[in-house]
Ligand binder design. Sequence first.
Ligand code: CU
Length: 187
Amino acid sequence: MAKARAPTSPAGRVLPVMAVVLWLMLRSAEAATYIVGDATGWSNVANAATFYSNWASGQTFQVDDILVFNFISGQHDVAVVSESSFTSCTTSSPISLHTTPPVNYTLNATGAVYFICTHDSHCSQGQKLSVAVGTASGPTTSPSPAGTTTPSPPPPPPPPSNSGTRFMFASCRVMFISMAICLLMMW
Ligand SMILES: [Cu+2]
């Protein structure tokens, strides 16, 4: 007689799934994931300093965004360093050192963050990256060789980031997979 309430109504099963999907989408709106150097990854490529400087200037970084450093294990690493160590490529006593790829680094505060590779002379070759977190006005500290001091150029409008777009597609994929699961459950 005391028939247990059958949890078989489609809506009862779909709603939790939809809630999870909504939560995932809200999360993705908060934080973005950036692949450092995009397809090139984290390496001592030719003109690396310019390459990574240009890469960073094309992005807008916010707190909680994640930088992903892709590299071959044992050939590179990711050291978070002070501004002076960044400028001088001092590899001793970094703030933190990450050696196992891929390195996911969460930007946890506003301001500048400095990354270098400590392998051989990779930093001197330009394998270094500085990002400005929480400001939309481009790289704050690009240690360009002395001489060229241009009078404050107007800040370019931030272009849509490839990595961010890619992440959005990933979110959409999650959403579509969840919807497919919903449909299956309703059958
Ligand atoms: Cu390296």
